[in-house]
Design a protein around this ligand. Structure first.
Ligand code: 5CA
Ligand code: ZN
Length: 412
């Protein structure tokens, strides 16, 4: 499916530092030093509503990964999906009496506009679940033949993955079985479904139901794909047997990324599927996770319609560390506007403290697990000294503007 338009990213002098990132599986910060190109798969939207600030924060996080890899001289192979068929989409379409295809297309189009406004570098491949169905059905068939999956014998045609088919189920999320059993039903799982071998077995293929869209599944019979196999297959098809980064919000730690990894690893015989499982914190409003089902959403498109500067949105979202769950407030936006104003005035100054030193400080902060608060503080110190009249380096204001543009995605 079509991605969105990119923009020019300025080239910076010298070479950026290798990026270290927190990996949820190993529970620590480790270097992400792709041998050749960096490969990244990021779990994209389920397009039944507009992009909210939580989606935006997660997309900005992985945009920073891409910017750091590029700055270190690595080409980037980046794939993102759109879950353009799934229960929540069908439920919302039914609730509003709308065609689910029209709903998905409209919200995906709006997402693209939001991403462009936020200066997110587009993925190389932006892929829908629907267009991937033949590939997904093929892989489910492979898992069935291989004994890693089974069909329920209740006539529904539903196929489940047997989690005992991978020896290390649980390694990605590091959760106990009790924790998994608690979270599973809250995140789309069906532990009580009769006929499953293990309550935690995830759905691979849902047999066709009256009144629901379905696609021919070859030997599987008509139906539609489960959620985790969708991401596993899209990633394997376009990025190969393993990826450097598997990304998304921390709501995907379990079961989504655990199950996707299990599917991929069983299909390829190689583990781990991802070198780094990277999870962005949840953006909340009034103490609650921002989510479509809770309805406590601040939409990027709403803010844009209100003429809020997308650069202020971006700056507000990166003023906290990507891994921390954090709350959106109007104060955050006010502070971002003030910062943007100081930075813009400083970038227009005739000179400032050393631009090369500033660049190396920003690089170092971001290389350390994307420490954006540290990078912003370094930029603030430079801007403050510039506005106070520092005259050391006449090249510095231009380099400052390039630095925050290339590495933080902030166009002054
Ligand atoms: N389509 C699936 C992933 S395959 C999905 O989770 N869609 S979503 O629309 O619910 O979320 C899209 C992306 O935004 C996911 O990476 C998700 O983890 C992330 N996300 C969702 N809500 C928030 C939030 N409140 N804060 C931060 N990130 C969020
Ligand atoms: Zn996904």
């Amino acid at each position: 499916m079509e991605s969105w338009a990119g923009h020019e990213v300025p080239r910076l002098p010298g070479r950026g530092e290798p990026l270290a990132l927190y990996d949820s599986a190993r529970q620590g910060v480790h270097p992400s030093e792709p041998a050749d190109a960096g490969s990244m798969y990021v779990c994209g939207i389920t397009p039944y509503d507009a992009t909210h600030l939580g989606h935006a924060a997660t997309m900005i996080t992985f945009d920073l990964v891409q910017r750091m890899w590029r700055d270190a001289g690595r080409p980037v192979r980046y794939v993102q999906n759109v879950t353009d068929i799934d229960d929540p989409l069908l439920e919302r379409a039914a609730r509003d009496g709308e065609d689910w295809v029209v709903l998905a297309m409209r919200e995906t189009a709006l997402f693209r506009e939001d991403m462009e406004a936020l200066r997110i570098i587009p993925p190389e491949h932006y892929v829908g679940a629907v267009e991937s169905i033949p590939d997904i059905a093929d892989k489910v068939e492979v898992l069935l033949k291989d004994g890693a999956a089974y069909r329920l014998d209740d006539g529904t045609g539903d196929v489940y993955f047997d989690i005992s088919a991978t020896p290390s189920f649980g390694y990605e999320s590091n959760l106990t079985r009790e924790q998994m059993l608690e979270i599973f039903p809250e995140r789309g799982g069906d532990p009580d479904r009769a006929g499953k071998r293990d309550p935690l077995d995830p759905l691979l293929w849902r047999g066709a139901r009256e009144g629901e869209p379905s696609w021919p599944g070859g030997e599987l019979g008509p139906g539609r794909p489960g959620w985790h196999i969708e991401c596993a297959v899209i990633a394997l098809n376009l990025l190969g047997d393993r990826v450097d980064v598997q990304g998304g919000g921390n709501d995907l730690l379990f079961p989504h990324h655990e199950a996707s990894a299990a599917h991929a690893e069983r299909l390829t015989g190689q583990a781990p599927f991802a070198e780094h499982y990277v999870h962005a914190g949840m953006i909340g409003l009034d103490g609650e996770k921002m989510s479509k089902s809770r309805g406590n959403l601040v939409f990027v498109s709403r803010l844009r319609a209100d003429k809020v500067d997308p650069m202020a949105i971006r700056l507000a979202l990166i003023s906290g560390h990507y891994r921390s769950d954090r709350t959106w407030t109007d104060d955050l936006l006010t502070a971002a506007y003030e910062r943007l104003d100081r930075w813009r005035r400083a970038a227009a100054a005739p000179a400032g403290p050393s631009g090369v030193e500033l660049l190396s400080e920003v690089r170092a902060r971001l290389a350390d697990d994307l420490d954006t608060p540290g990078a912003l503080a370094a930029a603030d110190r430079w801007a403050e000294a510039t506005l106070a009249g520092a005259t050391d380096d006449p090249e510095a204001p231009a380099l400052f503007a390039k630095t925050v543009d290339a590495l933080l995605g902030i166009r002054l």
